[in-house]
Design a protein around this ligand. Sequence first.
Ligand code: DSN
Length: 421
Amino acid sequence: MISALEKYDPQIYELIRQEEARQSGSIRLIPSENYVSLAVMMASSSCLTNKYAEGYPGKRYYEGQQVTDLIENLAVARAKKIFKADHANVQSYSGSVANLAAYNALIKPGDTIMGLSLSNGGHLTHGWNVSVSSKFYNSVQYSVDPKTGRLDYSQIEDLAKKNKPKIIISGATAYPREIDFKAFGDIAKKTGAYHVSDIAHISGLVVAGIHNSPVPHADIVSTTTHKTLRGPRGGMLLCKEEHADKVDKSVFPGVQGGPHMHTITALAVALAEADTAEFVTYAKQIKKNAKRLADKLLSYGFNLVSGGTDNHLILIDLRNKNIPGKKLAKALDRARIVTNYNTVPGDSASAFNPSGIRLGTPAVTTRGMKEDQMDIIAQFINKVADNIDNESIIEETGKEVLMLCSKFRVPEHFIIPGKDL
Ligand code: DSN
């Protein structure tokens, strides 16, 4: 399909090829990124992009839904099965919109929500001050313990008792430790709040059974579909039966119009892929790789928030190295190692030039990299940090990265084992 594009739009074709080369010729460590399978890619670029399907299967506002209804029902059934949820809504365009739909399903504008602050690892839509989530709702933010870098559940409970939020949000975008969703559920019950859990980063780990699931402990669970879950870019909501109708009405017509059927189609494929023994092996390797990378970075004297990782991501606090996060991320990018700069708990630097960088292993694990490659990646990171102003060493590291990348399968050839096309 992509080859045909060369004839119709050579400029865009060439740019896609460049991006493909960038993705295959670099070590991609942004923890929210991955490589989807060829099957997901194909479904995502299929004719389903041509179809409007406002409403839900069996109750649409446009005709011609003979096939879309079957696809959406399949995606919903697969989501319910792998997350063990009563109800799934697969229409959210993204995690941000899914979160807003979750709040809108349960509370009214002006009510109080309570989430982890962005600077402590939360998400914009968990009530951060520049997000609409803090404009529509009164936002109270909790933090991690500044000493341990970990969530302090008794502090969260105290804050909830004091502020009486209508919704307590669990979940994070930059928290390297396992989250105790039962503890959040208990706090919500004790304080009369709803519990909304955002598992965008860890949903693949949850499905694989290597992170506890919030599904039994939350009123609504929100997730993106493209991070550890390794599907197309999108969002999804899971909930108990009692909230099903409210959730569906909140997504459509509450905050969205027509669903993106090509994304839902690709999601259905990804959900089937996630329901395999191969996916469990993959998710376990993500965690093993992150742990090994963290251990190796610690041995080079890097400070890691919370001292390590239990999941797919690592947050390096660079203050002891006196290197700003942005400077290191940019130098690493020149050496073909792609990360993002990130605030760390207690950071006095701005979010645009913070004191940390965030790394994760979902994408490199999809390429088949294992612990030995994590040792090499840690060496590369250390070499760049130690030679942050030495362009020839950075360039030389980039060549070594390219060599490493050439030994591991690139995304266009990534096919789920046993399902070769
Ligand atoms: N932007 C995502 C991330 O990188 O974690 C969160 O939405």
